[in-house]
Design a protein around this ligand. Sequence first.
Ligand code: GLC
Length: 449
Amino acid sequence: MTLPDKWRWFPAARFGLFIHWGPYAQYGRGEQVLFREHLDQPGYVDRACAWNPQHFDARLWAATARDAGMRYAVLTARHHDGYCLWDSRVTNYASAAQAPERDFVGEYVEAFREAGLRVGLYYSLADWRIPAYWEGPEHDPAGWDRFRDYVHTQVRELLSNYGRIDVIWFDGAWPHHAGTWRSRELVESIRALQPDILINNRLGTPDPDEGARQSADGGLGAGESRTLGDFGTPEHHITAESGRLWESCQVSTWRLWGYTIGERWRPADYLLDMLIEAAQKGGNLLLNVGPEADGGLPPEFVLRARQIGRWLQQHGEAVYDAEPGEVCEFITYGRQLRRGNHLYLVIRFWDRSGEVHVGGLETRVERAVLLSTGAEVPFEQSADHVVIKGLPQDPPAELFPVLRLDFGSPPEPRDWARDRLWCGDPRRMTPWAAARGSSVWADGVERGG
Ligand code: GLC
């Protein structure tokens, strides 16, 4: 895949903030409460229009994201409930026209750009208020045309009125096809307005003439397209997509994206491990937060964001710009990341033995550095093993310690270690087993009879 220069920032960034925020936060039961609880539509609208967050400060959000080591963000400009966080000319169901009288999207874009972050906007094609969305063009052709025009107009608004936008993130295309949404035309008009923008892949389920081709994870739930969009969006899982950029979107809580009272939070090391896994596989992590109804970020999230940020300050060179792929056998300790002539060993547990063992490295190690302290450490390398020594007893980092091995060229594995245990040709291991003989007896020698 040859990546245009204008998009190089995206894989280099590796880490972004997903923000699910809207009037649904008032219920504290996730972003889909309107549908999931089959709430009364007019009652929901009344509460949405009265929603008036007092503690929304986009600069605080931006500072939290920046300090977490995130390099971009994506804010829900509109979710499936249809409420708009900007000053839309085609509806008054929007923060600028209702109680807040504020353009939250404008404030967000300005603050995040000021903090040096790239900015993205999430836009739900679905709008659960509108009967024509549910009816579809088959049952309500005129209503559908009006609704789809409204959607296209809103997207153009978002991409015309706020300067440069780096990412547009569609969602909610289900159950309609890309053709039904006129997604190709939408993409063309987006490119005309924002030539450098990255567009995600949720632009509609495959058109019938695309046959039974399915999205990468085999499901069409999110309305993903294999043919439209610049990057894939595996959700709740970290799966590499071949042939295009990808970003795994993940919650920092148990399951929900919007603010949820009493939700359980994933620990910081779990969140960090997802970032490292994505980087190792060549993708990004878009980590979600659901801010509270009044605009504050949940303290549990801020705490974790700071922990990850501190870790990235010390160990970021292992993650940003990491090249995909594992080099050798290291799976029992943690994860490995590679970049140029460096191999980074991310260690999940610290056994206090003062040593770390790596199997199957062909290239000669020139230097070993405990990245967590910056100290060079001694090592011994034989044909199949590297033992890194002289490590401190106590874990040298709050989250995962990292060792950096430096080489004179990009590191290569020994032949046997090119693939992980369950992959590759199993016969590569036969000579290793045969070295002790071939019988089931302890000495490997066949017994007659
Ligand atoms: C799903 C959900 C939606 C959420 C999105 C994030 O599509 O419907 O609520 O915004 O995932 O990827």
